[in-house]
Write a protein that binds this ligand. Sequence first.
Ligand SMILES: C[S@@+](CC[C@H](N)C(=O)[O-])C[C@H]1O[C@@H](n2cnc3c(N)ncnc32)[C@H](O)[C@@H]1O
Length: 233
Amino acid sequence: MFLSPRLQKVADLVPDCHTLADIGTDHGYIPLYLIRQSRVKHAIAADINAGPLDKARRLIEHNKLSHCIETRLGNGLSVLLPGEADVIVIAGMGGVLISRILMQGVEAASKAYALILQPMTGQPELRRWLIQNGYGITDEELAKEGHRIYEIIVAVPNERTPEYEKDIFCDIGWKLIEKKHPLLKEWVESKIMGLKEILSRLENGKTEEAAARVEELKEKRRQYEEVYHCLIK
Ligand SMILES: C[S@@+](CC[C@H](N)C(=O)[O-])C[C@H]1O[C@@H](n2cnc3c(N)ncnc32)[C@H](O)[C@@H]1O
Protein backbone atom coordinates (compact mmCIF):
# COMPACT_ATOMS: atom_id res chain seq x y z
CA MET A 1 0.00 0.00 0.00
CA PHE A 2 1.39 3.38 -1.05
CA LEU A 3 1.25 6.30 1.37
CA SER A 4 2.12 9.90 0.49
CA PRO A 5 5.44 11.08 2.02
CA ARG A 6 3.48 13.05 4.68
CA LEU A 7 1.34 10.09 5.75
CA GLN A 8 4.33 7.73 5.52
CA LYS A 9 6.24 9.86 8.06
CA VAL A 10 3.19 9.96 10.32
CA ALA A 11 2.92 6.16 10.12
CA ASP A 12 6.68 5.71 10.70
CA LEU A 13 6.43 7.66 13.96
CA VAL A 14 3.67 5.47 15.40
CA PRO A 15 5.26 3.11 17.95
CA ASP A 16 4.14 -0.53 17.74
CA CYS A 17 1.14 -0.82 20.04
CA HIS A 18 -2.09 -2.63 20.80
CA THR A 19 -4.69 0.04 19.97
CA LEU A 20 -4.23 3.01 17.70
CA ALA A 21 -6.85 5.75 17.25
CA ASP A 22 -6.77 7.88 14.11
CA ILE A 23 -8.88 10.99 14.76
CA GLY A 24 -10.02 12.70 11.56
CA THR A 25 -9.17 9.56 9.62
CA ASP A 26 -10.92 10.60 6.35
CA HIS A 27 -9.76 7.86 3.91
CA GLY A 28 -8.57 5.57 6.74
CA TYR A 29 -5.12 5.03 5.17
CA ILE A 30 -3.12 5.26 8.42
CA PRO A 31 -4.99 2.53 10.36
CA LEU A 32 -5.16 0.34 7.27
CA TYR A 33 -1.43 0.65 6.60
CA LEU A 34 -0.40 -0.01 10.22
CA ILE A 35 -2.71 -3.02 10.59
CA ARG A 36 -1.43 -4.48 7.32
CA GLN A 37 2.14 -4.00 8.53
CA SER A 38 1.18 -5.79 11.81
CA ARG A 39 2.47 -2.73 13.70
CA VAL A 40 -0.81 -2.33 15.60
CA LYS A 41 -3.25 -5.05 16.66
CA HIS A 42 -6.45 -3.02 16.74
CA ALA A 43 -7.37 0.39 15.35
CA ILE A 44 -10.15 2.92 15.74
CA ALA A 45 -10.71 5.09 12.68
CA ALA A 46 -12.79 8.10 13.71
CA ASP A 47 -14.17 11.14 11.97
CA ILE A 48 -16.67 13.89 12.76
CA ASN A 49 -18.20 13.62 9.28
CA ALA A 50 -20.19 10.65 7.99
CA GLY A 51 -18.97 11.03 4.37
CA PRO A 52 -15.25 10.51 5.08
CA LEU A 53 -16.03 7.77 7.61
CA ASP A 54 -18.09 5.86 5.02
CA LYS A 55 -15.14 6.11 2.64
CA ALA A 56 -12.86 4.64 5.32
CA ARG A 57 -15.42 1.92 6.16
CA ARG A 58 -15.68 0.85 2.51
CA LEU A 59 -11.89 0.66 2.19
CA ILE A 60 -11.61 -1.37 5.41
CA GLU A 61 -14.36 -3.78 4.24
CA HIS A 62 -12.73 -4.08 0.82
CA ASN A 63 -9.51 -5.12 2.56
CA LYS A 64 -11.43 -7.55 4.84
CA LEU A 65 -10.11 -5.85 7.96
CA SER A 66 -13.37 -4.91 9.73
CA HIS A 67 -12.52 -7.36 12.53
CA CYS A 68 -9.51 -5.24 13.58
CA ILE A 69 -10.37 -1.70 12.44
CA GLU A 70 -13.48 -0.13 13.96
CA THR A 71 -14.99 3.05 12.55
CA ARG A 72 -16.53 5.60 14.94
CA LEU A 73 -18.44 8.76 14.13
CA GLY A 74 -17.92 11.69 16.49
CA ASN A 75 -16.12 14.85 17.51
CA GLY A 76 -12.43 14.54 18.40
CA LEU A 77 -11.55 12.25 21.29
CA SER A 78 -15.18 11.95 22.47
CA VAL A 79 -15.26 8.64 20.54
CA LEU A 80 -12.67 7.12 22.93
CA LEU A 81 -12.88 5.84 26.49
CA PRO A 82 -9.94 6.98 28.64
CA GLY A 83 -7.14 4.44 28.27
CA GLU A 84 -8.71 2.78 25.22
CA ALA A 85 -6.07 4.00 22.76
CA ASP A 86 -2.34 3.59 23.41
CA VAL A 87 -1.40 5.87 20.55
CA ILE A 88 -3.47 8.67 19.03
CA VAL A 89 -2.86 10.15 15.57
CA ILE A 90 -4.38 13.52 14.64
CA ALA A 91 -3.17 14.55 11.18
CA GLY A 92 -4.13 16.96 8.45
CA MET A 93 -5.91 19.55 10.63
CA GLY A 94 -4.98 23.01 11.91
CA GLY A 95 -2.78 23.17 15.02
CA VAL A 96 -5.36 25.20 16.93
CA LEU A 97 -8.08 22.64 16.17
CA ILE A 98 -5.71 19.83 17.26
CA SER A 99 -5.06 21.59 20.59
CA ARG A 100 -8.83 22.11 21.08
CA ILE A 101 -9.43 18.39 20.42
CA LEU A 102 -6.74 17.48 22.99
CA MET A 103 -8.14 19.94 25.54
CA GLN A 104 -11.71 18.68 25.16
CA GLY A 105 -10.57 15.05 25.28
CA VAL A 106 -8.00 15.42 28.05
CA GLU A 107 -8.92 12.08 29.73
CA ALA A 108 -8.23 10.03 26.59
CA ALA A 109 -5.25 12.16 25.52
CA SER A 110 -3.49 11.99 28.88
CA LYS A 111 -3.88 8.18 29.06
CA ALA A 112 -2.27 7.55 25.66
CA TYR A 113 1.45 6.94 25.70
CA ALA A 114 2.11 8.87 22.50
CA LEU A 115 0.33 11.42 20.35
CA ILE A 116 1.41 11.76 16.72
CA LEU A 117 0.27 15.18 15.56
CA GLN A 118 0.54 16.60 12.06
CA PRO A 119 -0.69 20.20 12.03
CA MET A 120 -1.19 21.86 8.62
CA THR A 121 -1.15 25.37 10.13
CA GLY A 122 -0.64 26.90 13.60
CA GLN A 123 2.37 24.70 14.42
CA PRO A 124 3.93 27.21 16.92
CA GLU A 125 0.57 27.57 18.69
CA LEU A 126 0.28 23.78 18.98
CA ARG A 127 3.81 23.37 20.38
CA ARG A 128 3.18 26.19 22.85
CA TRP A 129 -0.12 24.61 23.92
CA LEU A 130 1.53 21.20 24.38
CA ILE A 131 4.32 22.47 26.64
CA GLN A 132 1.93 24.64 28.66
CA ASN A 133 -0.36 21.67 29.20
CA GLY A 134 2.13 19.11 30.45
CA TYR A 135 3.08 17.32 27.23
CA GLY A 136 6.69 16.67 26.32
CA ILE A 137 7.73 16.88 22.67
CA THR A 138 9.88 13.80 22.26
CA ASP A 139 10.41 13.78 18.50
CA GLU A 140 9.70 15.81 15.39
CA GLU A 141 9.88 15.07 11.67
CA LEU A 142 9.53 16.87 8.37
CA ALA A 143 8.09 15.43 5.17
CA LYS A 144 8.23 17.01 1.72
CA GLU A 145 5.47 16.67 -0.86
CA GLY A 146 5.95 18.77 -3.98
CA HIS A 147 7.10 22.16 -2.76
CA ARG A 148 5.49 21.88 0.66
CA ILE A 149 7.24 20.72 3.82
CA TYR A 150 4.99 19.28 6.54
CA GLU A 151 5.76 19.18 10.26
CA ILE A 152 5.00 16.15 12.44
CA ILE A 153 5.21 16.28 16.24
CA VAL A 154 5.39 13.40 18.72
CA ALA A 155 4.04 14.40 22.14
CA VAL A 156 3.96 12.42 25.35
CA PRO A 157 1.74 13.24 28.35
CA ASN A 158 3.29 14.14 31.71
CA GLU A 159 6.73 15.03 30.38
CA ARG A 160 8.60 18.28 30.08
CA THR A 161 10.86 19.57 27.33
CA PRO A 162 12.59 22.70 28.70
CA GLU A 163 14.01 23.70 25.28
CA TYR A 164 10.50 24.49 24.08
CA GLU A 165 10.11 27.11 26.80
CA LYS A 166 12.22 29.31 24.48
CA ASP A 167 9.70 30.81 22.09
CA ILE A 168 11.78 30.29 18.93
CA PHE A 169 11.68 26.52 19.48
CA CYS A 170 7.90 26.71 19.28
CA ASP A 171 8.46 27.98 15.73
CA ILE A 172 11.38 25.73 14.79
CA GLY A 173 11.05 22.40 16.57
CA TRP A 174 14.08 21.83 18.82
CA LYS A 175 14.16 18.12 17.98
CA LEU A 176 14.61 18.99 14.28
CA ILE A 177 17.65 21.11 15.16
CA GLU A 178 19.01 18.46 17.51
CA LYS A 179 18.83 15.74 14.85
CA LYS A 180 20.04 18.14 12.10
CA HIS A 181 17.05 17.12 9.99
CA PRO A 182 18.04 17.02 6.29
CA LEU A 183 15.03 19.17 5.29
CA LEU A 184 15.46 21.73 8.05
CA LYS A 185 17.75 24.13 6.19
CA GLU A 186 15.33 24.31 3.24
CA TRP A 187 12.38 24.72 5.62
CA VAL A 188 14.04 27.55 7.60
CA GLU A 189 15.04 29.23 4.34
CA SER A 190 11.42 29.17 3.14
CA LYS A 191 10.25 30.65 6.47
CA ILE A 192 12.81 33.49 6.16
CA MET A 193 11.60 34.17 2.60
CA GLY A 194 7.99 34.20 3.81
CA LEU A 195 8.84 36.67 6.60
CA LYS A 196 10.70 38.91 4.14
CA GLU A 197 7.65 38.97 1.88
CA ILE A 198 5.29 39.88 4.74
CA LEU A 199 7.72 42.56 5.94
CA SER A 200 7.98 44.14 2.50
CA ARG A 201 4.17 44.50 2.49
CA LEU A 202 3.93 45.77 6.07
CA GLU A 203 6.85 48.19 6.05
CA ASN A 204 4.72 50.91 4.37
CA GLY A 205 2.15 50.75 7.19
CA LYS A 206 1.78 54.06 9.03
CA THR A 207 -0.01 53.03 12.23
CA GLU A 208 1.70 52.33 15.56
CA GLU A 209 0.22 48.84 15.41
CA ALA A 210 1.82 48.19 11.99
CA ALA A 211 5.18 49.48 13.27
CA ALA A 212 5.02 47.17 16.30
CA ARG A 213 4.15 44.21 14.09
CA VAL A 214 7.10 45.03 11.80
CA GLU A 215 9.47 45.05 14.78
CA GLU A 216 8.04 41.74 16.01
CA LEU A 217 8.49 40.11 12.60
CA LYS A 218 12.01 41.51 12.23
CA GLU A 219 12.93 39.95 15.56
CA LYS A 220 11.41 36.65 14.42
CA ARG A 221 13.41 36.84 11.15
CA ARG A 222 16.59 37.54 13.14
CA GLN A 223 15.98 34.42 15.24
CA TYR A 224 15.32 32.29 12.15
CA GLU A 225 18.51 33.63 10.55
CA GLU A 226 20.48 32.78 13.68
CA VAL A 227 19.29 29.16 13.49
CA TYR A 228 19.96 29.13 9.74
CA HIS A 229 23.58 30.24 10.26
CA CYS A 230 24.10 27.50 12.84
CA LEU A 231 22.74 24.98 10.32
CA ILE A 232 25.13 25.98 7.54
CA LYS A 233 28.25 26.08 9.75
C1 LIG B 1 -7.92 17.09 5.75
S1 LIG B 1 -8.58 15.65 6.44
C2 LIG B 1 -7.15 14.81 7.00
C3 LIG B 1 -7.28 13.33 6.80
C4 LIG B 1 -6.12 12.49 7.29
N1 LIG B 1 -6.01 12.50 8.72
C5 LIG B 1 -4.83 12.96 6.65
O1 LIG B 1 -3.96 13.50 7.37
O2 LIG B 1 -4.66 12.80 5.44
C6 LIG B 1 -9.31 16.18 7.94
C7 LIG B 1 -10.36 15.21 8.46
O3 LIG B 1 -10.62 15.56 9.81
C8 LIG B 1 -12.01 15.46 10.05
N2 LIG B 1 -12.29 16.32 11.21
C9 LIG B 1 -12.31 17.67 11.28
N3 LIG B 1 -12.58 18.07 12.53
C10 LIG B 1 -12.72 16.95 13.28
C11 LIG B 1 -13.01 16.71 14.66
N4 LIG B 1 -13.22 17.70 15.51
N5 LIG B 1 -13.08 15.42 15.08
C12 LIG B 1 -12.87 14.40 14.22
N6 LIG B 1 -12.61 14.57 12.92
C13 LIG B 1 -12.53 15.82 12.46
C14 LIG B 1 -12.64 15.92 8.73
O4 LIG B 1 -13.95 15.43 8.58
C15 LIG B 1 -11.67 15.31 7.71
O5 LIG B 1 -12.07 14.02 7.31
